[in-house]
Design a protein around this ligand. Structure first.
Ligand SMILES: Nc1ncnc2c1ncn2[C@@H]1O[C@H](COP(=O)(O)OP(=O)(O)OP(=O)(O)O)[C@@H](O)[C@H]1O
Length: 212
């Protein structure tokens, strides 16, 4: 379980949010919503330990991960977190398979072929990522998440670059991951993505609500 407690973030004199409290439970999908500039991406980055909050705590299974040193933060990201961000963070000059291999956690033997088939990229293992389209790269990033099976998935506008069928597939895969126990947080402006989540949190109003 991830608990954000009294979290605040400012850039200079600009306060994005203050005393923000939010709990994300395993097996749940939470949408982060709010006007452009309200700080959804920044909140995901803080939860993903890519940015430091100005104040407050992020508790992961009881420990405050914002206080970990750089090495332990790196291990925490490697062992527990999965990102689905707009730049995909793939190794561009490597093959699809090499990108999935990197995500495999020690001691696990995930079915890479099944993950690629699930995202509509069956048999594309040997292709170099930089020859793939933007939407295909995003789907490789999704297959990589399936291979990694993290405890917490952080997704930033995950359907942004995709047509509606592929957008629906991304949401379905994230739902399957949440059913298998993963906590999923999705920053989105898309009402149908929000409505597919169990709960929504308006970052500007700091208010949680039922999406439908
Ligand atoms: N490193 C930074 N330094 C200064 N300001 C920043 C920095 N990162 C983000 N901001 C500002 O913080 C605000 C929130 O940005 P953020 O990207 O988190 O919003 P958002 O809700 O995700 O927006 P959108 O819906 O448009 O993607 C913006 O005004 C942005 O300019």
């Amino acid at each position: 379980m991830i608990i954000l407690k009294n979290l605040s973030k400012s850039f200079g004199s600009r306060v994005l949010w203050k005393d923000l409290d939010l709990t994300v439970e395993p097996g749940r999908m939470l949408a982060l919503v709010g006007a452009s500039g309200s700080g959804k991406t920044t909140l995901l980055n803080c939860m993903g330990l890519l940015e430091r909050p100005t104040g407050g705590q992020i508790l992961f299974e009881g420990s405050d991960v914002t206080r970990l040193g750089p090495g332990r933060q790196r291990r925490f990201r490697r062992d527990h977190l999965g990102y689905l961000f707009q730049n995909y963070a793939l190794i561009e000059n490597a093959t699809v398979k090499a990108n999935l291999d990197v995500a495999r956690r020690r001691g696990t033997r995930p079915d890479q072929a099944a993950a690629l088939e699930r995202v509509g990229l069956a048999g594309r293992e040997k292709e170099k990522v930089h020859y793939l389209s933007g939407g295909e790269q995003q789907r490789v990033a999704l297959a990589r998440l399936m291979v990694k099976q993290p405890s917490l998935v952080l997704a930033d506008e995950p359907t942004g670059a995709l047509d509606s069928d592929n957008g629906a597939m991304v949401v379905d895969v994230l739902r399957e991951m949440s059913r298998s126990g993963c906590a999923v947080v999705i920053a989105t402006h898309n009402d149908s993505v929000r409505d597919a989540c169990d709960t929504a949190f308006d970052v500007a109003a700091q208010r949680e609500f039922a999406p439908r």
